[in-house]
Design a binder for this molecule. Structure first.
Ligand code: ADP
Length: 582
């Protein structure tokens, strides 16, 4: 528990001092809350030994009233200091997370990780934000109150103090077991919450496909199953927790009985004043109150702990170093792109082994080969979605890790199969390729990408809002807008992932024209699927099992016995290939 508190304080960063000050007020509040019992005890003692008078009662009454007022003031100060702190701390944490995410390798943003990020932002951070500071304040005041109780027992009689300590140790031992089990359960619960977020995102994003393929029933059932699972995990969590809570309550009850018995025993032996014995009786039923309240919150604390684990996990993801200060020269005598003995792995298993190739300026290289062979990985290493494990990727002779990421990005355009348009005007979607471009340049790029005409036929032309809630465009139209964005950017190197998905014939030919415009005078690395593209490539790299197993031009490779010839003949015979290669 102390470790958790330390953890939370570490998260608090700049607000630590403020929270520590709040602890001080919590401590004073606890002291003031227990003071009236002490005063009542004094009055009672005075009554018993006959020294009580009206003045004493009045003084004590006034003191109690003052304690009450001060207690309220301390509570107010503690609340003010820490209640806003949670929101302030997490407003900053979210910004820190944003800054951290910006520096993570692009390759990190797989769908699974996006689910994790949204769950951290929407579940974990919100839970801690809402619970963390109030929980801290409560915990502190409970711990202080319990310490005051124990100190009182020691003051009354050392045996009572020792008995109190022994009971406290027993409580801590049970609480340790409860916490261990609780941690396991809450990890399961949070993992389930992550699955649920992913499933909901998946369902929402894929709703179009789900409806088209009439999978609504099936997918809804999957989602419902996820909700059921989530409900079960939450109930299991509470059910597993309950026996521990009962054990604790038993110890608390027994503890009270032990202290009462010991007090009576000491009184019987004449080792304790009757006034002190009465004083203990006044305290005893509240003796474990703070501990009870503290462990009553333990399920909240264990959930908080695993939320912290998951937040820290995202923060622990290694950032891509962007400290390079070298520059890509305007021109170089050597190749435009070079892979030099590049090896790479996503995890333990090596994905690319010793890849080397050179791509001269304005040449086109086609990456072909079986699915899962490593083509996309090669392309993502050039765009520095990941860093190589060994070897070098060079652009105009400069290792891309030594160049600022933004400068590398200025030199590379990427056309993916999956197009993302922002919920903004078409104009802004294109102009983000080069924000300082003039309106004429934006329109010129749209013309080259063969989208000017259809844009002009929309009600608001270039000012039409696309994306969620806006005008919906066909897949081919979206693709052409994204190509217009790249044309405007005019980067010298283009990475192109050729579409495998079918679009209608009109769109297909427009997209081809748009791509031809984009590629004019550029150095191209294409993940190629069309025979036409492959035939026109200056170099073909056949990638299989993470290696370049064949390289050359189409005619030469067709002469060789090997994977390429087989690959082409299978493709040529397939209808899809023929229709694409036309
Ligand atoms: P291709 O583009 O030729 O289909 P990829 O480069 O996508 O091949 O994949 C090469 C290998 O790397 C495959 O085994 C694939 O499962 C794995 N892989 C691809 N992306 C990731 C990723 N983000 N994390 C882990 N493994 C990946």
């Amino acid at each position: 528990m102390i470790a958790l508190m330390k953890r939370i304080l570490n998260v608090a960063g700049g607000y630590k001092g403020r929270i520590q000050l709040a602890f001080l007020f919590s401590f004073l509040k606890s002291l003031l809350a227990k003071a009236p019992i002490g005063m009542a005890f004094l009055v009672l003692t005075a009554f018993l030994d006959g020294s009580a008078d009206g003045r004493l009662c009045l003084t004590m009454g006034a003191a109690m009233a003052i304690c009450l007022v001060l207690q309220v003031l301390c509570q107010h100060a503690a609340d003010r200091l820490q209640s806003a702190a949670g929101f302030m701390v997490f407003a900053e944490k979210r910004m820190e997370l944003g800054a951290h995410l910006r520096k993570l390798p692009m390759g990190y943003f797989t769908e699974g990780n996006i689910g994790k990020i949204s769950s951290v932002l929407s579940t974990d951070m919100v839970f801690i934000e809402e619970n963390c500071m109030t929980a801290l304040a409560d915990m502190m005041s409970y711990i202080f109150a319990e310490a005051i109780m124990l100190a009182f027992l020691f003051a009354v009689h050392p045996w009572l103090g020792l008995a109190g300590c022994a009971l406290m140790l027993l409580v801590l031992a049970i609480a340790k077991g409860m916490r261990r089990e609780g941690l396991e359960d809450s990890d399961i619960r949070q993992a389930q919450s992550e699955n649920l977020t992913e499933a909901v995102l998946d369902f929402a994003e894929g709703i179009g496909i789900i409806k088209t393929y009439n999978l609504l029933g099936e997918k809804s059932a999957e989602l419902t199953e996820n909700f059921r699972e989530s409900r079960k995990t939450s109930i299991d969590f509470e059910e597993n927790h309950a026996p521990w809570q009962r054990r604790l309550n038993l110890v608390f009850g027994l503890g009270v009985a032990v202290v009462v018995a010991l007090t009576l025993f000491l009184r019987g032996r004449g080792l304790l004043d009757s006034s002190l014995a009465v004083g203990v009786m006044l305290f005893v039923f509240d003796l474990f109150g703070p501990m009870k309240a503290l462990y009553g919150q333990s399920s909240r604390l264990t959930v908080m702990n695993s939320c912290m684990d998951r937040i820290e996990e995202v923060f622990a993801e290694a950032e891509l170093s962007d400290k390079g200060t070298a520059h890509i020269p305007a021109r170089s005598g050597g190749p435009e792109v070079e892979f030099r003995n590049v090896s790479f792995s996503y995890g333990e298993k090596e994905t690319l082994h010793d890849i080397s190739f050179r791509l001269e300026k304005n040449q086109m290289a086609a990456l072909v080969g079986p699915s899962g062979g490593g083509k996309s990985t090669i392309a993502s290493l050039l765009a520095r979605f990941w860093d190589v494990k060994s070897g070098q990727v060079l652009v105009r002779g400069v290792d891309i890790r030594t160049v600022p990421l933004s400068e590398l990005m200025d030199h590379i355009s990427m056309v993916f199969q999956r197009v993302y348009l922002f919920q903004d005007t078409i104009y802004n979607n294109i102009s983000m390729g080069r924000p300082d471009a003039s309106r004429e340049e934006v329109i010129e790029a749209a013309r080259k990408a063969r989208c000017h005409d259809f844009i002009m036929s929309l009600p608001d032309g270039y000012d039409t809002v696309v994306g969620e809630g806006g005008e919906s465009l066909s897949g081919g139209e979206k693709q052409r807008i994204s190509i217009a964005r790249c044309i405007l950017k005019d980067a010298p190197i283009v990475i192109l992932d050729e579409a495998t998905a079918s679009v209608d014939a009109d769109n297909e030919s427009y997209i081809q024209q748009a791509i031809s415009e984009l590629c004019k005078g550029k150095t191209l690395l294409v993940i190629a699927h069309r025979l036409n593209t492959i035939r026109n490539a200056d170099q073909i790299f056949v990638v299989a099992e993470g290696q370049i197993v064949q390289r050359g031009v189409h005619e030469a490779l067709m002469q060789e016995e090997g994977i390429y010839r087989k690959f082409v003949s299978v493709r040529e015979n397939s209808q899809g290939w023929n229709s694409r290669s036309a």
